[in-house]
Design a protein around this ligand. Structure first.
Ligand SMILES: Cc1ncc(COP(=O)(O)O)c(C=O)c1O
Length: 441
């Protein structure tokens, strides 16, 4: 099947269709409701206690930018399943692509065989990649898997061992990616030792001074560093947007020393910031770009897109049984089509609306709200403390708005890119009520 056939299934313009969401917020029980409480007790008997549940919501259905819980309560979803559902919940074109592919072929390992849709998606990813020239693509099932792939490729392609990352970064939870993660010590607690050979410096231009003056000068020669891995906008670290000089200078440092620049766009990519890739806001080209979360609108997938000349590794050096599953690939192709047909532009417009609506909170609550920042639909509101951020998150939930804390004291908002003007206005109003309640107004 050609990928064009997957993308052209229907032409529904979802952002213009008010029926493509539940009417939300619409609460019919106290929160959590009776069925939610019963389910949570059941869940907590069987599931891993390591799962960091934010608040007691039990979602069972989703539509557009809204979620319905097990008791029939409807929420405006400004989390999008942690920045995943870029095309909203159950977009008809994504669902159709999944159904069509599922009826034809559910799985055939692309590591050992030539799965057509895998190569079609790889070609599409080269077309939209934030670098010029040819690329080759490795598909995995998650963000952490493609971070691991990038660490292995960087060592393999350069013959060097060391990796540099940034304080505040989040790259995943498997051993390589968690070693590179430096957002919270709890991710490392009781798991040490971490992967050796990883150095961290602060995020931003001051961190690059430290990289050159401390790391390269006193700790490890620059010509033994394989890669520098960076989130162009740190997500989990609290929606940290770097200063204007940071990424261009980082590119120059990498060029000067033959170091690979790896952009982890697992959270910031797929149109969320108003460009396909956040790094494009700074006109910087990485050597490797990583994507996952939003790529297939919720189906598990991850992609490492690397410049072709770096993909020197031999057959068998890396692979995955499930990576590039055909159903996930079909969902990814449908997602890319929708992003390019208007959702990226919608992210810019709705993001500006959101910052304009939330910005006045800083002046209204100077003791509580420190800053509103972000790009497109990746927005952070920084509070005076983590306790305030957690209280606002809870107060928003109680009012039918789903948001999520990030960093030390930030609330992250990452709505689906199909979100409408009315939904943003409603969500921001509810958020302001939550802040007012926590501030005691
Ligand atoms: C920037 C970034 N990289 C990697 C990951 C890991 O992705 P996954 O949870 O799919 O393994 C995340 C997850 O939040 C992320 O935000």
């Amino acid at each position: 099947m050609s990928h064009a056939a997957v993308r052209d299934d229907t032409k529904a313009d979802v952002t213009a269709d008010p029926a493509f969401s539940f009417d939300a917020p619409h609460l019919v029980t106290e929160l959590p409701g009776p069925k939610a409480r019963e389910h949570i007790a059941f869940d907590e008997r069987y599931t891993s206690p390591s799962l960091p549940r934010a608040y007691p919501i039990v979602p069972v259905r989703g539509l557009g930018s809204t979620i319905e819980d097990i008791d029939g309560n409807r929420f405006l979803d400004f989390c999008a399943g942690i920045a995943v559902n870029v095309t909203g919940h159950c977009h008809p074109r994504v669902v159709a692509a999944i159904q069509e592919q599922a009826a034809q072929l559910l799985h055939y390992s692309a590591s050992d065989f030539y799965l057509p849709i895998y190569a079609h998606l790889a070609a599409e990813l080269e077309r939209i990649a934030p670098m010029h020239g040819s690329t080759r693509v490795f598909l995995g099932n998650s963000g952490t898997e493609v971070v691991e792939a990038a660490l292995k490729l960087a060592r393999y392609a350069t013959g060097r061992q060391y990796i540099v990352g940034f304080l505040g970064a989040f790259h995943g939870r498997t051993f390589g990616s968690v070693s590179l993660t430096a957002s919270k010590a709890k991710y490392h607690a009781h798991f040490g030792p971490m992967l050796p050979g990883i150095y961290h410096v602060p995020f931003g231009s001051a961190g690059l001074d430290e990289l050159e003056q401390r790391v390269f000068h006193r700790l490890v020669p620059a010509n033994e560093v394989a890669a520098i891995v960076v989130e162009p906008i740190q997500g989990e670290g609290g929606i940290q947007v770097p200063d204007a000089e940071f990424l261009p200078r980082l590119r120059r440092i990498c060029d000067q020393h033959g170091i690979l620049l790896v952009a982890d766009e697992v959270q910031s990519g797929m149109g969320r910031t108003g460009r396909m890739w956040a790094i494009q806001h700074w006109d910087v080209e990485p050597d490797v770009v990583l994507t996952a979360k939003g790529l297939a609108s919720g189906m598990p997938i991850g992609a490492m897109i690397a410049k072709e000349h770096l993909m020197t590794w031999a057959a068998g050096a890396h692979g995955s049984t499930f990576g590039g599953n055909p159903v996930s690939c079909a969902a990814a192709l449908a997602t890319i089509g929708l992003l390019e047909e208007g959702l990226i532009d919608n992210a810019t417009a709705r993001g500006e609306q959101m910052q304009a609506a939330l910005g006045p909170l800083v002046a209204a609550y100077p003791d509580r709200v420190r800053e509103v920042r972000g790009k497109g639909l990746l927005i952070g509101v920084q509070f005076d403390s983590g306790a305030t951020a957690a209280a606002v998150e809870h107060a928003a939930f109680q009012r039918g708005l789903m948001v999520l804390t990030a960093g030390d004291d930030v609330i992250r908002m990452s709505p689906p890119l199909v979100v409408t003007e009315l939904e943003i206005a409603t969500g921001c109003r509810v958020f302001a009520e939550a802040v007012a309640a926590v501030a005691g107004h």
